[in-house]
Design a protein around this ligand. Structure first.
Ligand SMILES: [Mg+2]
Length: 409
């Protein structure tokens, strides 16, 4: 099974996606997601200029060897651009191997460890009534675990609140990367956030009771002691997890947070390798691994990270916002089904245009996902549909504090 063709497909149905499409000499097609939100074309160039020429003619069955070759032969290791490019190759090769075997990919990862995959969705609101309405809408869709994000009085627009007004005047929808020539500027005030957020969770628990699993994303905006304070103040509301409470570069920050709170901690969507988790897992500073298959070098290294985490009773919570393409989502679902230490899967639903480009066989019902049983990943790329949506420049927003200082978004 030799790689005969390698194409990088860029399409922008509801947002930008980058897909690696490998074709073998016997006509099998394998797909890998290489989407890096807001920096898509850097990965396109990395793949086209430096990876595709190395793949042509190589043995598509040699997944681990190809991964090690791309990782080690570059010499310059890690980083989101490199690891998204390698991930696309790794996932496409797994797709091909499973198709060649005539099996859904999870069967090659050890087979199913469970029947279905618990998903969580993103509810949000500018105030409590709007938030309650959003939670009820998610429950009506079947979601049994819900992430709660809220606007903060005095701030114009913040991450994760779908209905608030953007600085651009447009709806702040689920995909915050706006199609524009420059990133949108938003504002931030940590003290206001720390005051307001516990009152919101108090309201949600009063309205929806103690059983509904609730999650929250701090989006890396707090100092360690601020995050510790928040974790402690949220303890009465029994969160499933507090995500990304501190800047991700500083692993020791979570040691301080951990020493002050029993609120479970999740982190990792901006991580690229197992080394980003080395201290966090070994010292048991987190409860959930939040990496995306797409940004962590693919299925092969994600399996290794999660197997390492399993030795410390740390579970998966694979990243799954809309900038993970249906290809990246399918890769996550096959892994979710196979590993023993599955925790939960983030799942935001793509729009109709995206679903017309990526024909999918995974299912969502009663709050649970399943990757389906088609051979491979179970996703097909409709190249003609993809061609209808050319790339559009889009950037994630950034924050400034009241005095003008740039702050983590
Ligand atoms: Mg997050």
């Amino acid at each position: 099974m030799k790689i005969d063709r390698a194409e990088v497909v860029v399409t922008s149905p509801d947002r930008n996606f980058v897909t690696l499409r490998l074709t073998t000499d016997d006509g099998l097609v394998g797909l890998g997601d290489a989407t890096l939100n807001g920096r898509e074309l850097a990965v396109v160039a990395y793949l086209q200029e430096h990876v595709v020429p190395l793949l042509l003619g190589s043995d598509a069955h040699r997944i681990e060897d190809t991964w090690q070759f791309l990782y080690r032969s570059a010499y310059w290791r890690r980083g989101p651009v490199t690891m998204a490019a390698i991930a696309a190759v790794d996932v496409a090769l797994w797709d091909l191997k499973a198709k060649a075997a005539g099996l859904p990919l999870y069967q090659l990862l050890g087979g199913a460890s469970r029947d279905k995959i618990l998903a969580y969705g993103h509810a949000s609101g500018r105030d409590l009534p709007e938030l309650f309405d959003s939670i009820r809408k998610h429950q009506a869709l079947g979601y049994q675990a819900i992430r709660v994000q809220t606007a903060i009085p005095g701030l114009k627009a913040i991450y994760g609140v779908a209905a608030q007004t953007q600085t651009s005047g447009k709806r702040y929808d689920y995909e915050p990367a706006q199609r524009a020539a420059r990133p949108a500027e938003e504002d931030w005030d940590t003290r206001a956030y720390l005051r307001h957020l516990p009152t919101v969770f108090e309201g949600v628990r009063a309205e929806f009771g103690p059983e509904l699993p609730l999650l929250h994303d701090g989006h890396h905006r707090m100092t360690p002691i601020q995050a510790a304070k928040l974790g402690k103040s949220l303890e009465p509301f029994d969160l499933f997890w507090l995500e990304d409470c501190t800047p991700a570069e500083n692993q020791d920050a979570l040691r301080l947070v951990r020493s002050h709170t029993t609120t479970p901690l999740a982190i990792g969507e901006v991580f690229n390798t197992v080394w980003d988790y080395q201290t966090l897992i070994k010292d048991q500073l987190i409860d959930y691994v939040r990496s995306a298959v797409t940004h962590t070098g693919g299925i092969s290294p994600m399996k290794k990270i999660l197997d390492y985490a399993a030795q410390y009773q740390i579970k998966s919570g694979i990243h799954g916002p809309t900038d993970i393409s249906p290809v990246g989502m399918a890769a996550a679902l096959h892994l979710d089904l196979a590993i023993h230490n599955f925790g939960i899967q983030e799942y935001m639903q793509h729009g109709d245009a995206t679903n017309s480009v990526f024909e999918q066989s995974f299912s969502f019902s009663d709050g649970y996902l399943h990757p389906g049983n088609k051979p491979g990943l179970g996703v097909d790329l409709n190249v003609d549909e993809a061609g209808k949506y050319p790339y559009q420049t889009a950037y994630l927003p950034f924050n400034r504090l009241a005095d003008g200082t740039v702050h983590d978004w």
